[in-house]
Design a protein around this ligand. Structure first.
Ligand SMILES: [Zn+2]
Length: 508
């Protein structure tokens, strides 16, 4: 006679947690555990962890063939969180747990060899999926504070034996409390930056309209110091954004003790980081830096030093707000709506005009800058030269205004854009741009003259308009005026290479 039992868990497809039924059948025949249903290597190794955990409880693995089926079979499954549902279903099959214990329960967690439960990434979306199925969520104790954010019933256990006692009615486990929600995290202040008035202003404009930004300047001009201060002047995450950001960080295993924060993410991968680290993927599908920066800031220092593949992989997310990762036999999509801040030296050797360190002349700068493709630069609305910090700058008293003041102005400008209902200025399409950013007569005259003398491409022209709209929003002005156009034009750099003459290459 064969014995059957089951448990329920989830499989991740991007941030989506889909129901997976774990069916266990113990049949006659040669002893052994067989797991079927498109599982990865971690799931195959689950056998050994379950075996050891059973031994730690003094339970014998059933004699005979144990078949574990993960259904639906066509859904790819990755990760270590299948240990717990497999173990529970096996325990139910041999009568170590009541048969109905797994009714209306989603089980999730990795097993230690000693029968302890170890955290696995993705507890938040998994707990939300459990709630959606009308089930309680069963997870390792360290995941409890994170899972509790989903709002459903959560049972968090330190070990398999604690769970057994819970289900046998011996000692009930207490429901875990939600982790902390941080709303005013300490971030570096703009007041720390002396001098660099135009760069600070550019940062505020970028924050106001959600524009991507590139700083070009010699080492020591404070480019990364400026970039680090952008999250502080951006408005806090809305509740909806907070949920999305937290789900991504959960799937990446980065939500420590279920702690959520309203401060926008700031990620700064090094240029030597692998493609998988930047865009996502790897051994187990995991969100990359570009998704960890979702609704926040991705800072890429020394932009031309990133591999051409990495730079190329930014184009799709910058366009669509999503990144698609190829797996063995399927694709995974993660959100990646980022604000890009990039920085670079004017040339490879770090000198460049003004710094007096480059010994190779203008060709050095031209070659270095040519590593950036036109289509990438096309998505960066503000491109600015940042001069070196001088001794005189450092002797200045601390600025009167800092992050708090800038954040207030940005919040106001975002409010104006919210009322228009067309999204942030950086994302305006051509129709909307014509509607809301058409400059007044003197502004239009200045722009068309600049377009002619600087031979602006259509794209550069539209980028200038978007930035001018943000400047006008910061100014509280309904119409885009000449002064706003003039400032937007001052935030456009002249590129050294012929292929970058108007700020974008003619490559497509
Ligand atoms: Zn050089």
């Amino acid at each position: 006679m064969s014995m059957c039992a089951y448990a329920t868990t989830v499989a991740f497809s991007g941030l989506e947690a889909r129901r997976v039924d774990v069916q266990v059948q113990i049949a006659g025949g040669q002893a052994g555990i067989i797991i079927v249903g498109l599982g990865d290597k971690a799931i195959a190794e689950s056998r050994e962890r379950v075996r050891a955990a059973f031994a730690s409880l003094g339970l014998a693995i059933p004699a005979g063939r144990v078949i574990v089926n993960l259904a639906p079979a066509d859904l790819p499954k990755e990760g270590t969180h299948y240990d717990l549902p497999i173990a529970l279903a096996m325990m139910a099959a041999i009568g170590a747990l009541p048969r109905d214990a797994m009714d209306n329960v989603v089980a999730f967690g990795e097993l230690g060899l000693d029968g302890s439960l170890a955290p696995a990434p993705g507890a938040l979306p998994a707990a939300m999926a459990a709630l959606g199925m009308g089930s309680a969520f069963l997870c390792p104790e360290p995941c409890g504070a994170e899972a509790a954010w989903a709002g459903g019933e959560v049972i968090a256990a330190p070990s398999l034996i604690a769970l057994v006692n819970h289900f046998r009615g011996g000692s009930a486990l207490k429901a875990p409390e939600r982790g902390d929600l941080i709303s005013g995290e300490a971030v570096p202040d703009l007041r720390d930056v002396k001098g660099q008035e135009q760069a600070k202003r550019a940062l505020e404009i970028a924050a106001a309209g959600g524009h991507n930004l590139l700083f070009v300047g010699p080492p020591g001009s404070g480019k990364s110091m400026l970039a680090q201060r952008l999250p502080g002047i951006l408005p806090p995450l809305s509740s909806e954004e907070l949920l999305e950001v937290s789900m991504i960080h959960s799937v990446a295993g980065l939500l420590e003790r279920g702690r959520l924060t309203r401060t926008r993410p700031y990620r700064a991968p090094h240029h030597s980081a692998s493609m998988a680290a930047i865009v996502g993927g790897g051994l187990r599908a995991k969100p990359g830096e570009i998704s960890l920066a979702h609704h926040g800031v991705l800072f890429l220092d020394e932009l031309p030093e990133f591999t051409p593949q990495a730079l190329n992989s930014l184009r799709q997310p910058l366009e669509t707000g999503e990144v698609m990762i190829a797996r063995a036999n399927h694709h995974v999509t993660y959100p990646a709506r980022i604000q890009l801040v990039a920085a670079m030296n004017p040339c490879r050797c770090g000198g460049g005009p003004g710094a007096g360190k480059c010994r190779r002349g203008p060709r050095c700068a031209a070659e270095y800058q040519a590593r950036l493709s036109g289509p990438l630069l096309d998505r960066i609305d503000i491109q600015l030269d940042v001069p070196p910090v001088t001794a005189a700058d450092l002797a200045l008293p601390s600025p009167v205004e800092g992050t708090a003041e800038a954040a207030n102005r940005v919040l106001h400008a975002r409010g104006v854009q919210g009322e228009r209902g067309l999204g942030i200025n950086a994302a305006l399409d051509l129709d909307s741009l014509e509607k809301v950013a058409a400059p007044d007569a003197p502004g239009a005259a200045l722009l068309s003259k600049a377009a002619e003398t600087l031979s602006l491409s259509a794209r550069a022209y539209h980028r200038t308009l978007k930035v001018a709209r943000s400047i006008a929003d910061l100014d509280g002005a309904e119409a885009v005026k000449r002064i706003h156009i003039a400032e937007a034009l001052s935030l456009k750099r002249q590129w050294a290479g012929a292929e970058h003459q108007d700020g974008l290459a003619r490559v497509s």
